[in-house]
Design a protein around this ligand. Structure first.
Ligand code: CMP
Length: 141
């Protein structure tokens, strides 16, 4: 049975604005569990692996240079229906379309500087989890 879990990244814009606690609190307040947490700066190589599905998109280079521009916070978040619920809490990719009350609606400034990422499928979760946590010594679960 697939566990209900997702991976989120608090992007460099949101870290710079001091929103780590605010964003993580939204998930905890919703009843989700932060099962792993890591602050890091992604290498260009890992950023390209993380966003591999977008390699042919015109925005790929901007995406990689932004996500490597400063520290990010990655979290493994667990709970019932977490993947779907977290994506609703985050809101649409473009903050122009994101309603107030969603994380992007409240904190994102552009489609690139959009505060947060979350896995959009179990397949992308596994891929993203490996890039972020795969080389950890205390690797679990
Ligand atoms: P994210 O959820 O991290 O997944 C891929 C990212 O690509 C997305 O958030 C946006 O930041 C970025 N992105 C998606 N579409 C565009 C676009 N049309 N122009 C620029 N960046 C985009």
């Amino acid at each position: 049975m697939m566990k209900d879990r997702t991976l989120i990244l608090i992007k460099p814009d949101a870290v710079k604005k001091g929103l780590i606690g605010t964003i993580l609190s939204r998930f905890e307040d919703k009843g989700f569990r932060i099962a792993k947490l890591k602050m890091m700066k992604l290498s260009e190589e890992d950023a390209k692996r993380f966003y591999e599905v977008h390699v042919s998109k015109p925005f790929f280079n901007d995406l990689v240079s932004f996500i490597t521009s400063g520290p990010i916070v990655a979290a493994l978040v667990e709970g019932k229906n977490v993947q779907e619920t977290v994506r609703k809490m985050i809101g649409p990719t473009n903050p122009k379309d994101a309603p107030k009350g969603t994380i992007r609606g409240d904190f994102a400034t552009s489609i690139t500087e959009n505060a947060i990422h979350a896995s959009d499928s179990p397949e992308s979760f596994l891929k993203e989890y490996k890039v972020i946590f795969g080389s950890d010594r205390d690797h679990f679960p």
